[in-house]
Design a protein around this ligand. Structure first.
Ligand code: FAD
Length: 286
C-alpha cells in the first residue's frame, strides 16, 4: 500500500522510525524490535539508510521484515555518492520485494566534503529519477527551522517547492521541540502553495546521554520548558524517561488539536518508548 493511500484513508496517522544494524553487524535483535513496533499497529514504519553507494542492504532487510510483519514499510534512500546505475539496481530490488514507498534524501556531507559526488545533486534530482522509473510513492524531508545550508528560510521553502514539483508526495519534518516553530513553518509553507501532507517528526528525549547529541544534530534550540525538565531530571534515568515521554505526548496532543494530524515518532529502535507514547494517546490515535 502506498503511504499516500494511508493518508487518504485515515484522519490521524502515527508512524515509527527504525535504524538498521551497521553493515556487517548481523541482524542482532532487529526481528524482535520490528515485531514489537508492529504490535503497536503504526500506520507505517520507516527505516533509515546510511549514505554512500547503493544504499544499505540492511535497510532493505529491515523494510522487508517490517512488511513481513504486516506493516507498510518506507525505505530511506540517500543520494550522497549514489550513481544512476546503483539507483536503478536498488529500485529493481525494491520492486522484487514489493516495496513501493521511498523516502528520498540527499544525505549529509561527510566531514571534509562539501559536494555530492553522486549523480543526483539534490533530493529533488533523485526524486525525478525515481518517479521516471516506476510507480513509487516518494516522500522527502523538510526543516521547520530551515535546513542549515539554506541561505534563508524562504529560500529553503522555494527549494521545497522544487522538491514537490519533482514528485515528492509528502514531507516529514526534522525533529522540533517547540510546536510554535512548526506552526510558523506551516504558515509560510501553505502560503507558498505547497499542498502535500506534512508529517510532524517527534523525538522523545528520554535519557541524559541523548540530549546534547540530539540538539546538536537537529540544530533545534532547547526550549526553556524542556531545559527545565532536563535540569531537574537528567540525573534520575527513570524520571527523565517518564518526563521525556510526557513531553512528547503533550507535543503530539497539541499538534493534533491544532490540525497537524500526521505524526512520526523517531523511535530510535526503542519500541517501549513509542509504546508508552501511543498508549497515552490510544483514544486519539484510534
Ligand atoms: P535536499 O532537499 O537536497 O536539500 C539540501 C539543501 O539544498 C537544503 O539547504 C536545500 O534548501 C538546498 N536545495 C535543495 N534543492 C535545491 C535546488 N534545486 N537549488 C539550490 N538549493 C537546493 N540522512 C541520511 O543519511 N539517512 C537517512 O535515512 C535520513 N533520514 C532523514 C529523515 C528525515 C525526516 C530528515 C528530516 C532527515 C533525514 N536525513 C537522513 C538527513 C538528511 O539527509 C540531511 O538533513 C541532508 O543534509 C539534507 O537532505 P535533504 O534530502 O533534505 O536534501
Amino acid at each position: 500500500m502506498k503511504i499516500t493511500e494511508i493518508f487518504a484513508s485515515r484522519e490521524v496517522t502515527v508512524s515509527l522510525e527504525l535504524f538498521p544494524p551497521k553493515p556487517g553487524a548481523g541482524f542482532g535483535n532487529m526481528k524482535k524490535i520490528v515485531a514489537e513496533c508492529a504490535a503497536l499497529s503504526p500506520s507505517f514504519i520507516s527505516v533509515t539508510c546510511g549514505a554512500g553507494g547503493g544504499g544499505s542492504q540492511n535497510t532493505l532487510d529491515v523494510v522487508r521484515e517490517v512488511q513481513a510483519s504486516g506493516v507498510v514499510g518506507l525505505e530511506h534512500l540517500v543520494a550522497m555518492g549514489l550513481t544512476r546505475e546503483e539507483l536503478l539496481r536498488g529500485l529493481d530490488e525494491l520492486r522484487t520485494h514489493g516495496i513501493v514507498n521511498i523516502m528520498a534524501l540527499r544525505g549529509d556531507f561527510p566531514p571534509g566534503v562539501s559536494e555530492n559526488t553522486g549523480d543526483f545533486r539534490y533530493a529533488s534530482d533523485l526524486i525525478v529519477e525515481i518517479k521516471a522509473q516506476g510507480d513509487f510513492c516518494v516522500g522527502g524531508a523538510c526543516y521547520p527551522e530551515g535546513h542549515p545550508e539554506a541561505e534563508t528560510a524562504q529560500r529553503d521553502i522555494e527549494n521545497l517547492k522544487i522538491k514537490v514539483a519533482a514528485g515528492c508526495e509528502f514531507l516529514t519534518t526534522q525533529m522540533f521541540f517547540d510546536n510554535n516553530i512548526l506552526y510558523n513553518f506551516m504558515y509560510r509553507f501553505l502560503k507558498s502553495g505547497i499542498d502535500v501532507p506534512i508529517i510532524a517528526g517527534i523525538m522523545p528525549v528520554t535519557n541524559a546521554a541523548q540530549i546534547d547529541r540530539i540538539f546538536k544534530l537537529s540544530g533545534a534550540p532547547v526550549p526553556p520548558r524542556f531545559k527545565a525538565i532536563v535540569d531537574r531530571f537528567s540525573d534520575n534515568p527513570k524520571a527523565m524517561r517518564q518526563a521525556g515521554i510526557a513531553y512528547a505526548t503533550e507535543q503530539i496532543i497539541d499538534l493534533i488539536a491544532n490540525g497537524v494530524n500526521n505524526i512520526h515518532i523517531y523511535t530510535m529502535n526503542k519500541p517501549g518508548i513509542a509504546g508508552s507514547i501511543m498508549g497515552n494517546l490510544s483514544e486519539i490515535f484510534k
